[in-house]
Design a binder for this molecule. Structure first.
Ligand SMILES: NC(=O)C1=CN([C@@H]2O[C@H](COP(=O)(O)OP(=O)(O)OC[C@H]3O[C@@H](n4cnc5c(N)ncnc54)[C@H](O)[C@@H]3O)[C@@H](O)[C@H]2O)C=CC1
Ligand SMILES: O=C(O)CCC(=O)C(=O)O
Length: 410
């Protein structure tokens, strides 16, 4: 593996896809980076494979799939910023193998999702989506039939993390009773309480809202048997990931009248761009609110995400800090005035640090600071040293067995 060195800032290329908020550009420009290309949508795979070859930093949201094939072509890529929460669209293993650090924004859009879900809960309990559609067609069914207050109803939250907990607090403020199911024991907020199983939650809830990440263990956790366990006339909301709910089974449960309504923001297959047609068995059902994966799409959330992720990319580019990376050992590094900083990313096998230090000692290189952090698969060593030693150190360190990537920061 050849040594990879840092470049002058005006040679470092950023490619920001999917309409990332301009707040990201402000941070990057303000930090001295000028080579920034922005694209409104996601790129077709062919074009991404072509353009990724000379990109150092890539920004995406949920549409861009970063497969092993993309990482293979990404010879210069040092970091990816996911300007969202979910990182299921990125092959994190492939990123690790190429020594590419991945950052996301774990909190900035959580409130937006919770607010949307709460609003939809109220609308669905009142039967508003179907009434709205009927009035648009010239109908007028003024009736309280099947129309309910949220107060006193039971909301079951599946996944009591950042979004689930915010929703819990907001729902209690409306007078809803909150129960939740999580694979981890969680501190209940307010009067919420954790139930032992998903089945228990489904059987007790008037409204079920899903807030789990996309994992092998969350795939299709809501299918026909689970929907059958829900109360007659209950409501299901999914603003998590499209792979969590079997969409045909949901369509059946809605058509049969077993469920009174649903709100779905995420789908097993989502259009690649706003120009593509959305296909789903849920289309045309008046008691279903369908939204185009915009749970986190508010101006506030997007502006905050732009700042948060761009700042993480700048910190990594300028000084090697990997704090809150989703796939890398986390190191918060001080400034390195007057020194060169060498970054060494390697497979986490025994003996790498001792070989690095042996090289330093054999070549009489004085180390002014050294940091090491590892995770299960990777080791990340950061060494501050005199400018005159950095070339030789870089060359020797790149040859240490297990090395994935080296870089020097000035
Ligand atoms: N629709 C949209 O625009 C958005 C969607 N999301 C999605 O929402 C998901 C959740 O976001 P956060 O609350 O921030 O994540 P989080 O990581 O804070 O919370 C997820 C919770 O789910 C739990 N969990 C995992 N597997 C589970 C299972 N099988 N059963 C029950 N609980 C399980 C975890 O223990 C954790 O407490 C994200 O991963 C993302 O996919 C996030 C933001 C916007
Ligand atoms: O804003 C986006 O593109 C995706 C939002 C989302 O699903 C997330 O943050 O995980």
């Amino acid at each position: 593996m050849t040594a990879r060195t840092s470049l002058d800032k005006d040679k470092i290329k950023f490619l920001l896809l999917e309409g990332i908020h301009p707040s990201a550009l402000e941070v990057l420009h303000g930090s001295g980076y000028s080579q920034i290309e922005t694209v409104k949508g996601a790129l077709p795979e062919e074009e991404l494979l072509e353009r990724i070859a000379d990109v150092h930093f890539l920004g995406i949201r949920s549409r861009t799939q970063l497969t092993p094939a993309v990482f293979e072509k990404a010879h210069k890529l040092v970091a990816v910023g996911a300007f969202c929460i979910g990182t299921n669209q990125i092959d994190l293993q492939a990123a690790r193998e190429q020594g590419v650090v991945v950052f996301n924004a774990p909190y900035s859009n959580t409130r937006s999702v919770a607010e949307l879900v709460l609003a939809e809960t109220i609308l669905l309990l009142r039967g508003i989506p179907a009434k709205n559609a009927a009035v648009h067609r010239g109908g007028w069914s003024k009736s309280a039939e099947q129309s309910y207050e949220a107060r006193g109803k039971t909301l079951g939250i599946v996944g009591y993390g950042s979004i689930g907990t915010q929703l819990s607090v907001l729902a209690e403020s409306l007078g809803m009773k909150v129960i939740f199911h999580d694979v981890v024991s969680k501190l209940p907020l307010g009067n919420a309480h954790q139930v032992a199983s998903l089945d228990e939650l489904l059987a007790q809830s008037d409204v079920v809202s899903l807030h789990v990440p996309e994992l092998a263990s969350t795939q299709w956790i809501i299918g026909a048997p689970q929907l059958a366990r829900m109360k007659q006339g209950a409501i299901l909301l999914n603003a998590s990931r499209g792979t969590v709910v079997e969409i045909d089974a949901l369509a059946d449960a809605l058509k049969s009248g077993h469920l009174a309504g649903a709100a779905v923001d995420v789908f097993p297959v989502e259009p690649r761009s706003n120009a593509d047609v959305f296909e789903s068995p849920l289309r045309g059902l008046d008691n279903v609110i369908l939204t185009p994966h915009i749970g986190g799409s508010t101006m506030e959330a997007q502006a905050n995400i732009g700042l948060e992720v761009a700042e993480k990319l700048v910190k990594f580019s300028d000084n090697g800090t990997t704090t809150s990376s989703v796939n890398f050992p986390e190191v918060a590094l001080p400034a390195h005035p007057g020194k060169h900083r060498l970054l060494h990313i390697h497979r986490n096998v025994p003996g790498v640090l001792s070989q690095i230090n042996q090289i330093m000692s054999d070549n009489h290189i004085n180390i002014s600071a050294q940091f090491l952090q590892t995770n299960e698969t990777l080791g990340y060593v950061v060494i501050d040293l005199d400018a005159r030693s950095s070339d030789i150190a870089l060359e020797k360190l790149a040859k240490v067995p297990g090395t994935i990537r080296t870089r020097v920061l000035f």
